[in-house]
Design a protein around this ligand. Structure first.
Ligand code: SF4
Ligand SMILES: [Zn+2]
Ligand SMILES: [Zn+2]
Length: 304
């Protein structure tokens, strides 16, 4: 079968649009879609330094690859930052992949570890938690946010870019809904960006399966071994739920994504009055101190 856009053989069938694309036209479509999201929300401005959070997984390496291509032709610069959680056996492979890939792309890489920043590896903090109600990923994600903030501040970045895709976004929406955390739904809106350092998700309108194909067809060397804690979180169940819906109702994830954009905008406007600044770190939150500062204080209290 031929590609719908050129004379090459088709390599990818985009079910939700009915298109058949060759590898090159597919990759170009991902580049264009990413550029469109960036310009729609004015995510990167002229002359800015972008800190790209790179874990070694397909999403973050694909994002680094695309932002590097864009930075070669646009007026912004990128630095890659990898956070070492201290998960035995898992992170080492990723660090090697990221280091090699950054060398190949000629992108500067900085590595920060939980141990250096918080005096705790993830494994150590999991042993210290009082019960298992707080999942590994909740602790890990909180630490990672703070670690990335710290890294971006230290390197003087204006923006933090992460590889979160459309699937991540709709999963997060459902997780926030199921936990009753409506403030967080408002914070998901990409137009809302009043943090000290802007957080951007240039892949937020792209299916996870398309990022996988982009990484595969561009020979990106991503880590395939999942984190040993991955299946502890409800996110895995929700991912499977959306994937099975998409199988039967093609395009349903796109519809959900559009609904999330609308709902988060409304939630954002209505919760704007409650906006406060964390007394400890200056980031936006709904109480006196933010969830990151709270978690770190609590864990340290339990240790002493
Ligand atoms: S799966 Fe969870 S514990 Fe593992 S790296 Fe990701 S957030 Fe951290
Ligand atoms: Zn083509
Ligand atoms: Zn804080």
């Amino acid at each position: 079968m031929k590609c719908d856009r050129c004379e090459n053989e088709s390599a990818y069938s985009r079910k939700y649009s009915g298109e058949s694309l060759c590898s090159e036209c597919f990759s170009n479509s991902i580049l264009r879609k990413t550029a469109k999201t960036i310009s729609k929300y004015n995510m990167i401005k002229n002359g800015e330094l972008v800190c790209v959070g790179v874990s070694g997984g397909k999403d973050s390496l694909a994002l680094l690859d695309i932002l590097k291509k864009m930075s070669d032709t646009h007026n912004f610069e990128i630095v890659a930052v990898t956070i070492d959680e201290g998960i035995p056996g898992y992170r080492d492979e990723a660090l090697e992949i990221v280091t090699e890939f950054c060398k190949k792309l000629d992108v500067k890489l900085k590595i920060y570890s939980y141990k250096n920043l918080f005096d705790l590896t993830l494994e150590e903090s999991l042993e210290m938690r009082e019960d298992e109600k707080t999942s590994s990923c909740a602790i890990c994600g909180t630490f990672r946010r703070r670690a990335l903030d710290h890294a971006a501040e230290e390197i003087g970045a204006d923006v933090i870019a992460t590889g979160h895709n459309l699937d991540d976004g709709i999963q997060t929406f459902l997780i926030n809904t199921l936990s009753g955390d409506t403030n967080k739904i408002g914070w998901m809106n990409p137009e809302k960006n009043s943090m000290k350092i802007r957080k951007i998700k240039p892949f937020s309108a792209i299916y996870e399966s398309e990022i996988v194909f982009y990484a595969f067809t561009n020979n990106l060397p991503f880590q395939s071994e999942p984190c040993p804690h991955m299946n502890e979180a409800i996110r895995t169940e929700i991912r499977e739920f959306f994937n099975s819906l998409e199988e039967k109702h093609v395009g349903i994830k796109n519809n959900m994504h559009n609904s999330v954009l609308k709902i988060s905008q409304i939630m954002n406007e209505s919760s704007d009055k409650e906006k406060r600044i964390c007394e400890k770190c200056g980031n936006e939150c709904s109480g006196k101190t933010c969830s990151v500062c709270n978690m770190i204080t609590n864990l340290k209290k339990e240790r002493s």
